[in-house]
Design a binder for this molecule. Structure first.
Ligand code: SF4
Length: 306
C-alpha cells in the first residue's frame, strides 16, 4: 500500500503479486511472504481467541485485507505465479509465519501449528518448482517447548531451514528482550534452528537505536555461539579455550582479542582498574585474585594479601 499510495482495501490480489515481481526484478535475494494464512485462519483466529491474535506486521495486513475484501490470501491463492517469478529471478522465499505466538499463552496452539502444516505443503511445492525456501518460526515460546517446536518444524517442513524470531522465553522483560530472546535462541539453535533473528532491548517498546541494535546482535551472537559449541561443531570452542588461556595468565590484551565485543570489555576494565599495584588483576577481587594466587602458589612463590 505504501508503494501504491492507496488504501489497503483498494489493493487487488494482482497488486500484491506485482510488488513481488518488482522486488525480484530489482535483484533482491529473498522475500518474506505470508503465504500460510488463509480464510480458514480468519475463522480459526476468531474461534480460538488467542491472547495476542496476530503479531506479525505483514501477517496482520494480509489478514486485514482478507477480512475487508472477503477474498483469499493472494500469496496463497497465486502461489504458483509467485513461484514462477522466484524461479525466474532466483529469489528465495522466506515463508512468514503470521500466526507466530506473540505471548507464551499462544505458543504451540492450533493457529500456529495449522499454519505450520500449510507452510510444509508450500515448502514442498516450492522445492518442486526449483525455488529455495526458509521457514519462519516463533515468536514467544516457553523454554520447555522450544526444542519440541524445532522438532515439529523439521518434521513438517522436511528439514527446510528454520528461521526463529527469538524465541522469547518470557513476556515480562521489556527493556531486556535481547536476553529473553537469546535464551530461547540458544536452545532453538542447539535443537536445529538454522537462523536466529536478533531481538533488541527496544523490542515491544520503540524503534531500536544504534546501541539497541548492537546489544541485540551481540546477544544473538552469544546464543548462536553457545549453540555451536553444544552441537559439537568442529573448532567452535577454540576461541573459548584461547580465552581461558589468556585469563589464566591474566593477559588482558589477549582476552580482549578473544572477546565478542572487545571495546565494551576494555572500557569496563579501564574505567575500574585496581587501586593498588595489583594491576595484573582486576578490581573485582584485587589482591585476593584467585587466578593470581593460584599461579603464584603453583610456581612456589609467596602470595602477598596485605
Ligand atoms: S581479580 Fe577476581 S575477577 Fe578479576 S581476574 Fe582475578 S579472580 Fe578474576
Amino acid at each position: 500500500m505504501i508503494h501504491y499510495q492507496r488504501d489497503l482495501a483498494e489493493l487487488t490480489a494482482q497488486d500484491f503479486i506485482d510488488v513481488v515481481r518488482l522486488h525480484a526484478e530489482d535483484g533482491v535475494d529473498f522475500v518474506t511472504l505470508h503465504c500460510g494464512i488463509t480464510r480458514k485462519t480468519i475463522e480459526q483466529i476468531r474461534k480460538h481467541k488467542r491472547k495476542m491474535n496476530i503479531v506479525s506486521r505483514g501477517g496482520s495486513l494480509v489478514f486485514a485485507w482478507m477480512s475487508m475484501t472477503g477474498q483469499e490470501n493472494p500469496f496463497y491463492e497465486h502461489f504458483d505465479e509467485i513461484l514462477d517469478i522466484c524461479e525466474e529471478h532466483d529469489v528465495t522465499i522466506s515463508l512468514g509465519d503470521a500466526c507466530r505466538p506473540g505471548c507464551l499463552a499462544d505458543a504451540t496452539d492450533v493457529c500456529q501449528i495449522e499454519e505450520l502444516v500449510r507452510l510444509g505443503e508450500l515448502t514442498k511445492r516450492a522445492w518442486d518448482h526449483n525455488v529455495q525456501v526458509m521457514v519462519e518460526g516463533p515468536g514467544h515460546v516457553p523454554l520447555d517447548q522450544v526444542a519440541a517446536n524445532m522438532e515439529v518444524q523439521k518434521s513438517i517442513c522436511m528439514g527446510a531451514p528454520f528461521y526463529v524470531l527469538g524465541p522469547l522465553v518470557t513476556d515480562i522483560a521489556p527493556g531486556y528482550d535481547h536476553i529473553t530472546a537469546a535464551i530461547g535462541g540458544a536452545v532453538a539453535a542447539m535443537s536445529g534452528a538454522a537462523f536466529l533473528c536478533y531481538v533488541t532491548p527496544a523490542e515491544h517498546l520503540a524503534l531500536p537505536n544504534v546501541e539497541d541494535v548492537k546489544n541485540g546482535i551481540i546477544a544473538s551472537k552469544i546464543a548462536a555461539h553457545a549453540a555451536d559449541i553444544a552441537k559439537g561443531i568442529p573448532h567452535a570452542r577454540d576461541i573459548d579455550d584461547k580465552m581461558a588461556d589468556a585469563r589464566r595468565v591474566l593477559d588482558w590484551d589477549a582476552q580482549f582479542a578473544c572477546a565478542l565485543d572487545p571495546e565494551t570489555a576494555k572500557a569496563i576494565r579501564d574505567a575500574r582498574l585496581p587501586e593498588d599495584d595489583h594491576s595484573d588483576t582486576c578490581s573485582m577481587c584485587g589482591k585476593f585474585c584467585a587466578v593470581r594466587s593460584m599461579n603464584k602458589a603453583l610456581a612456589g612463590e609467596h602470595i602477598d594479601i596485605l
